[in-house]
Structure formats: C-alpha cells, structure tokens
Design a protein around this ligand. Structure first.
Ligand SMILES: O=C(COP(=O)(O)O)[C@H](O)[C@H](O)COP(=O)(O)O
Length: 323
C-alpha cells in the first residue's frame, strides 16, 4: 500500500525541523506509526508488516543524531515484530497501543524530570541554558511554580536560533530571562556569576558522553573551568543502546544555507548540528528514573535493553560489553 500523504508530510516536517527537539521527534514518530497503522486498508498481515517497516524506515531516515527517534520507532514496532497475530486488525491494535504507551510514557517522563530536577534549583540561582529542551523547560517551570526565584540566560543557538523559543516560553511563565549570543557564554559566566548550567540531550552514549546541540561542549568546558555544575536533563529513551557495542553517534550535518545564504566565492561552510560533551564535564544527568552520574549510564542501558536486544536495532547487547 502507498504511504499516506500525512505520513510523508510529518517525515518532511521532522527533516525540515518544523517538528524538532529529541523528545518531540520521538513522540511524533510514535504518533505517525499509529496514524499509518490506522490508515492501513489491506487484509494481509505480511503486507501490513512490510508497509509498517517502510514507514519505520522513512521516519528513522529523517534525522540521524537523536537516538530517541529509533528508540521510539523500535519500541512501537516491537509489538509488530515479535507478536503473533491472527489478522492485520490484531496487529494494528498492537501498534496503536504501543504508540499510545510510548507517548504517555514520554510525557510523564518529562513531567517527572521537572519534579526531580527542580529540587536542584535554588532561589538566587543564575542559570545558563542552550538551545530549546522540553526537559530543561520542565525543570525551570516546575521550580518557578514551586516558588523558587532565579534568572535564566538563554543562548541564541545559531544558526537556527532555538534559544528564542526557550526565552519566549520562559518569559511567558514570568521567569526572568536574558537572551545572549552564543559567543557571550564565557563572559556571562564570569560577569553574572552563573551558578548552574542545564541543557537537554539528543543522545547519551554508553560512556556517559552527551550529544546535544552544537556549542554544548564549549559551554561545558567553560563551566568545568569555572567549577560551575553542568547538569543534563534527559528521558532514558535518549540513552543509546547502539553505543554499548561501540557504534559511533552520527552527527547531523545540515545545509550550509542555514549558516549563510550566499557565501563569498571560495568560502566553504560547515554546519554540524550537534556535538559531544565528554563525561568528565558532566556533573549529573537528571532522568525520569532519578539523578545519575555519567558513569552509571551503561548500567541504566543494561537495565533497559538487556531483555530487549531487538530494540537495539538487532544489535545483540553482550554481557561483557557493559561489565
Ligand atoms: O539539541 C536539541 C534540539 O536540537 P534540534 O532543534 O536540532 O532538534 C535539544 O537540546 C535536545 O533535542 C533536547 O530537547 P528535548 O528535551 O526537548 O528532547
């Protein structure tokens, strides 16, 4: 069966970043699998499986870095890949149910991160954040609503300026927020005596490295130099099972036009969208399951994926790889 127009449109929205942010992308993928399953018209189980695999492939191909995307797709598809069904109708129900479960878990996880992470915020804090993260916003908004008073410095986040979204959302909550150019981070850290940095994540590697918006690692390095706690807020479906077996995280390279429409002749432009912050610069990772140090990531991954190697994209998670 032809893929529904709506499925292609959402895939295009993710690619063009009209739907963006690792958590949102994951939820949109689950929603799209649900939508595709509901739109299926045929009556062959085999055909339904092939059709759903095509949707899964299309979604996974949209953006390469955030592991929340394949993790969400594999979670939803597991029902179909491993289940025994009498009819496409049963299989369809299983997909819809798994997608609903994922979306509900995800929304609940973001709320839980807000509750757990807000305990780390104190009145008087001056906090730097980078890009736009639902998980970070959840922490800041929860802390603010609980009566804590603090000031946030949001970086613009060139070239796509997601920092504007953060600044606007926080300002709407009444949180004092100052927007600063990315290059002002070190200067702001010193002059404003920043007390904490909080960022989100697209992928957490098994060694505790944090892959997030380009520029995150520079901010982490500056925080490390100034002994400012560097906190990462992330749902555990951004932990990458692939990295357990040593697979590198692909860093998305976006179109050069995002940086400069018409570069002078002879000028080459590069536009990597993410970077990796080494675990040595990360003080803690706030997840929906609690706060962990980066060196515990492998343990959580083991806990999450040991019974479900299929979710690691068919990669068998070997026991001694996480020992
Ligand atoms: O790097 C980005 C977004 O990059 P892009 O704008 O290129 O998608 C965010 O920090 C993480 O995705 C976490 O966000 P969340 O906590 O909302 O999942």
């Amino acid at each position: 069966m032809e893929l529904p127009e709506e499925v292609r449109r959402i895939a295009e929205d993710i690619k063009a970043m009209r739907i963006r942010g690792a958590g949102r992308i994951a939820r949109a993928a689950a929603q799209t699998l649900m939508l595709a399953a509901e739109a299926y018209k045929g009556d062959s189980l085999e055909d339904f499986r092939a059709y759903m695999e095509e949707v899964a492939r299309l979604l996974i191909s949209t953006r390469p870095t955030a592991v929340s995307l394949p993790n969400a797709v594999n979670y939803v598809m597991r029902a179909l890949r491993e289940g025994r069904f009498q009819s496409p109708e049963d299989a369809r129900k299983a997909v819809v149910e798994a997608a609903r479960d994922f979306i509900e878990y995800s929304l609940q996880a973001v709320r839980r991160i807000g509750e757990i992470g807000s305990r780390l915020i104190e009145t008087g804090d001056r906090i730097i954040t980078h890009c736009n993260s639902n998980a970070v916003e959840s922490i800041l908004v929860t802390a603010w609503r609980s009566g804590k008073r603090f000031h946030v410095y949001a970086t613009e986040t060139r070239p796509r300026f997601q920092g504007y979204i953060t600044a606007r959302n926080l300002a709407r909550e009444g949180i004092p927020v100052t927007l600063v150019p990315d290059s002002a981070v070190l200067s702001v850290m010193r002059s404003r005596r920043i007390t904490r940095v909080i960022v989100g994540a697209d992928t957490i590697a098994a060694n505790g490295a944090v892959i997030n918006k380009i520029g995150t690692s520079q901010i982490a390095l500056a925080a490390h130099l100034h002994r400012i706690p560097f906190i990462v807020a992330t749902e555990t479906y951004k932990f990458s099972p692939y990295t357990v077996v040593g697979q590198p995280v692909e860093i998305e390279e976006r179109p050069p036009e995002e940086v400069l429409e018409n570069p002078p002749e002879g000028v080459v432009i590069r536009n990597p969208a993410f970077d990796a912050t080494p675990p040595e610069y990360v003080d803690m990772i706030v997840t929906e399951r609690g706060i962990i140090p980066p060196k515990s990531v492998a343990l959580v991954l083991w806990e999450l994926f040991r019974r479900r190697p299929a979710e690691a994209g068919g990669v068998k998670v070997e026991e001694d790889a996480t020992a």
